[in-house]
Design a protein around this ligand. Structure first.
Ligand code: DGY
Length: 417
């Protein structure tokens, strides 16, 4: 028995709140969207029923228009800000009003494939939920049919305070209707979290969309933050491939054609975001019309869902090696040494097991299994040395942020399979 696997499973038990898993106690006391998708893949390896439950409980929060919100507030908790009273959404089970990276269908396919014979009946309602969500992405967040989906809030990226948002976020006022009463810095060292100024802008955006009544068309018009985002689109495309696969498996030919069309659109649009001089892909700021130049992990995530020409894949890997050189733990979420690089501050440098998981899959897909294996070993070593921390300082290897973290536990179980 591997003691670390045993420990990882105990973390998932400790963070269970009744069929769903909180990311970690107190800091994140509700169900988070992409966290749960990663957790479901971990469960899929040893408890299929629980894997399905995780996804089913998430869909309890799905909106009528198809969006799956980034937080589902199944039960009250006073250890988190902003709670349901700040979001002011109208869903029966309280939820936030924004979404998060669509890992869901990637997880669903894996759960389905591990479930064996009688899986279809349990998978189908989740497949329907995923399809509704993908339709929502392509209508609400790409009304001009460009193939790249847009984010209205940094929290939607999951990479909340990434340097990728610095330019766009600086345009967002710091005034808020809602008083900003942070709780996160009561649980975790403030040096590891977004700054107060970021929070004011996060809440300004939230207030703006609440005033739009969370209506997607109105938000699209009024959003002061609108990024056609490469990491989210790359994840959506991989999820779209998995969804298309399930559609064909279930004989849903019309769905499959519709999903294939979404996927083709995203594939073409993503390829156009390749910047050879930077050796990575870039997002586009839809308000300024400019490329997002910041050097972050997002530029490499297209490895996950594109079958790249060898010269592009090789260039990406060369650039990744430059960033990782001399680090104790790869892969850094910001290029080491640039002005915005802060190796302990959340998404401004630290290495995250789930990002590594996506990159490992992408490196394998694109003919670089050795680089993938190196990253897998680096991730495993970090966790075995420091425990199941939220993320890791890439220079010192120190485990940072929340501890006993569910997705780090799930990633460990997955990467050790
Ligand atoms: C937070 O509150 O830090 C979350 O990342 C938002 O989803």
């Amino acid at each position: 028995m591997n003691l670390h696997i045993d420990h990882a499973k105990r973390i998932l038990v400790a963070n269970d709140r009744g069929g769903y898993t909180v990311p970690t106690d107190r800091l994140y006391p509700f169900q988070w969207n992409w966290d749960s998708a990663f957790v479901a893949m971990g469960f899929a390896l040893y408890d299929i029923d629980r894997a399905y439950r995780e996804l089913e409980r998430l869909t309890e929060g799905q909106w009528a228009d198809g969006m799956i919100p980034h937080i589902v507030f199944h039960q009250p908790s006073d250890t988190y800000f902003p709670g349901p009273d700040v979001w002011r959404t109208k869903h029966t089970i309280p939820t936030s009003g924004i979404t998060q990276p669509p890992v869901f269908a990637i997880a669903l396919r894996k759960v389905h494939e591990r479930a064996g014979k009688h899986a279809e009946a349990r998978t189908l309602p989740l497949y329907e939920a995923a399809l509704k969500w993908h339709r929502w992405w392509y209508s609400a967040r790409d009304p001009e049919r460009t193939g790249l989906v847009a984010l209205h809030h940094p929290w939607e990226s999951g990479s909340d305070n990434s340097p990728a948002w610095d330019v766009a976020l600086a345009r967002v006022p710091t005034t808020t209707v809602t008083p900003v009463m942070r709780k996160d810095t009561g649980h975790v060292n403030a040096d590891m979290r977004p700054r107060d100024e970021d929070y004011k802008r996060f809440i300004h955006l939230l207030d703006t969309y609440a005033a739009c009544g969370w209506n997607p068309a109105k938000q699209w018009e009024e959003a002061p933050f609108k990024i056609a985002e490469i990491q989210t689109t790359a994840i959506l495309l991989k999820a779209g491939e998995d969804l298309e696969h399930l559609a064909r498996l279930f004989g849903r030919t019309e769905d499959a054609t519709e999903i294939a069309d979404f996927n083709d659109r995203s594939r073409r649009a993503m390829l156009a975001q390749w910047r050879p001089a930077l050796r990575r892909f870039v997002s586009r700021d839809l308000i300024s019309g400019e490329d997002v130049q910041a050097a972050t992990q997002a530029g490499f995530i297209p490895l996950l869902s594109l079958d790249l020409d060898k010269d592009i894949a090789d260039a990406l890997v060369t650039e990744m090696k430059t960033w990782s050189k001399g680090l104790k733990v790869a892969f850094p979420t910001t290029k080491p040494g640039v002005g915005s690089w802060e190796p302990k501050r959340y998404w401004r440098g630290p290495a995250w097991a789930i990002i590594n998981w996506l990159l490992i899959d992408g490196l394998q897909r694109n003919g670089h299994p050795d680089a993938g294996e190196e990253l897998r070993m680096s991730t495993i070593a970090a966790i075995e040395t420091e425990g199941f921390a939220e993320y890791f300082d890439p220079v010192t290897g120190e485990g940072c942020g929340g501890l006993g973290f569910s997705w780090t536990a799930a990633a460990y179980i997955w990467l050790m399979r």
